[in-house]
Design a binder for this molecule. Sequence first.
Ligand code: SF4
Length: 250
Amino acid sequence: MLKKDRYEAFVNYFSKHQPQAETELHYTNPFELLIAVILSAQCTDKRINQVTPKLFERFPTVESLAASTSDEVFTYIRSVSYPNNKAKHLVGMAKILLGDFGGIVPEDINDLQKMPGVGRKTANVIASVVFNAPAMAVDTHVFRVSNRLGLTTAAKTPLAVEKQLVKYLPQDKIHIAHHWLILHGRYICLARSPKCELCPISHFCKYDEQQHTPSALKKKENAEIRKQKQKAQKLKKDKIAKELKKRALI
Ligand code: SF4
């Protein structure tokens, strides 16, 4: 299957079946989303959604967060990953947001990256989710799924994946494709054991295609034979050990 056909199949499938895909982080305005995305680095959205209600209640405005201390913020986010660093980032972010941008979350990804805790990925999330900009945030799910599907070729870094996806996806689908890839990676195309047998898009997936070539099938068959042999050997050893133990007791 040609790469362009894979892209077409990908966009067609998800446009039809998930036209409303969106982030699973809870927020009511761009400032809250910025906080949630900074917190979500190396952490689950579920965990972030557990801590943000109280955090947003205590810091409803940029001013209130900028006037706080990382020690205080820490007490609200202690259960997320890297709470010390993230507490510092949040206060630093609020200070720059207030001082340099008048408290308004900027759209430009270079401006966004001037704030602590905001790398390229976070900046792309804000640009695409808040402003529907054609920006592709590449996290571990986007990286893995786009590679398995064959939407990217030999892309070894998140930036390389981002560039290829932005180049080949239709401009108006880039912001939503980010959610399609994340959600598919989170629930179906899992890192260790992708649920290919349940996957509705296996018909255009390169990884799945590769699993069914004659050499891949042969490899699978050999692995299964090896597994059965090892199992049989283990059973035999266990039986001998049991027998020896029994004799030692007589
Ligand atoms: S077929 Fe398997 S590898 Fe391909 S996208 Fe689906 S779950 Fe992922």
